[in-house]
Design a protein around this ligand. Structure first.
Ligand SMILES: Cc1cc2ncn([C@H]3O[C@H](COP(=O)(O)O)[C@@H](O)[C@H]3O)c2cc1C
Ligand SMILES: O=C(O)c1cccnc1
Length: 346
């Protein structure tokens, strides 16, 4: 049974009336207007509260399929990048610092024991760890049923804890060499497409590698068979611990009535699965940006979401979502602070 409720219709209508009454020509704020109305509807409050507490969770994990020649980079990069997030010096770290977004990285399935980290950092990083790497999806399921349950519970708990601690807006990010392969497989399965329409170049693979990656995704889809009709089976067969946790995180945010900004391919693949698990979740999702990955645009279209930014970014990590945060804050500011036309006294 669905535990999803819709954003407040009363607040939406109130926000639309306020938007229409602002001291601006009708429609002059463009998409900022609709965005402000969406935030007000999600918060159930007009004008909406400023988005002060904004948090990104990066779900990290390795992928068995990455050992089979689908990425331009080796799997050892995943653990190295996790250490870079912890040091605050990754691409997304710079963006998050610029836009006052708190970043948390969690190891759901990195093929690394992080024995070099101090005990506090290590236990915080790995407390939700499900396994080291996930199954190579063209050969075997990514997760056992028990691992899937643990990953789903972890993602939900992370969102619940952040919200209980005051988060007003959540963002989801990813780290895991090879993860554009399971993400493309998940999107292909849900949208019932062959891999050729969905698979993209990820970190920048060449033409022969792209053909090989596409073949492996088709093999994974064939192996999955009719189970692809069930979104949870899609996560277990074609996903990973990190992608399952990210899906549950998005779902929990929606169920708790907190809006989420989506990022690139991985985040949007998880959002698509979340919407299939609990229809209506998408009303709580805001598409931060468009990635050049074809699967990301296909999934956004299926979700009925129009991304805020289109900067050609294909980094992942939550970087596109973080870059969209100032646009969202701008939308909230205009609905809160702009005078009403009637106050002009003309
Ligand atoms: C140094 C480096 C930093 C990254 N940060 C995010 N990704 C991104 O690239 C990976 C997905 O692409 P593929 O499926 O082609 O491997 C993921 O780790 C994603 O987060 C990175 C990749 C690299 C190499
Ligand atoms: O769409 C993304 O977020 C993306 C694309 C390529 C590599 N990493 C992430």
């Amino acid at each position: 049974m669905s535990r999803m409720s819709a954003p407040s219709r009363a607040a939406r209508e109130h926000a639309e009336r306020r938007l229409g009454a602002l001291a601006t020509p009708p429609g002059a704020l463009g998409r900022l207007g609709g965005l402000a109305v969406q935030v007000a509807a999600c918060q159930g409050q007009v004008p909406p509260r400023p988005l002060e507490d904004v948090r990104l969770t990066i779900f990290a994990g390795d992928h068995g399929v990455a050992e089979h020649g689908v990425s331009a980079f080796p799997p050892a990069i995943t653990g190295a990048m996790v250490r870079t997030f912890l040091a605050g010096s990754a691409g997304v770290s710079a963006l998050a610092a610029a836009h006052d977004v708190r970043v948390r990285v969690l190891d759901l399935g990195v093929d690394d024991d992080f024995a070099d980290l101090d005990e506090t950092t290590r236990s915080e990083l790995t407390r939700h760890k499900v396994r080291r790497s996930s199954g190579a999806i063209h050969l075997e399921d990514a997760l056992t049923p028990d691992e899937l349950e643990r990953a789903l519970e972890a993602g939900a708990e992370v969102a619940r804890d952040a919200i209980a601690d005051g988060a007003q807006l959540l963002l989801s990010g990813d780290m895991g060499i090879g993860n554009t392969t399971p993400a493309a497989a998940m999107i292909s399965a849900v949208l019932d497409l062959r891999a050729g329409e969905v698979v993209g170049r990820g970190t920048g693979i060449d033409e022969p590698t792209l053909r090989h990656k596409t073949d492996l995704v088709d093999q994974a889809l064939d192996r999955c068979g009719p189970r692809r009709g069930d979104p949870r089976e899609v996560l277990a067969a074609l996903g990973s611990a990190d992608l399952a946790a990210a899906t549950a995180y998005l779902l929990q945010a929606a169920r708790s009535g907190v809006p989420v900004v989506l990022d690139g391919l991985m985040s949007v693949a998880c959002a698509l699965v979340a919407e299939r698990i609990d229809p209506g979740a998408r009303d709580w999702f805001i598409a931060g940006h468009r990635s050049p990955e074809p699967g990301q645009s296909l999934a956004l279209e299926a979700l009925g979401l129009d991304p805020l930014l289109d900067l050609g970014m294909r980094l992942g990590e939550g970087s596109g979502a973080v870059t969209a945060v100032p646009v969202l804050r701008s939308a909230v500011a205009v609905l809160r602070e702009v005078a009403l036309l009637e106050e002009l006294g003309v």
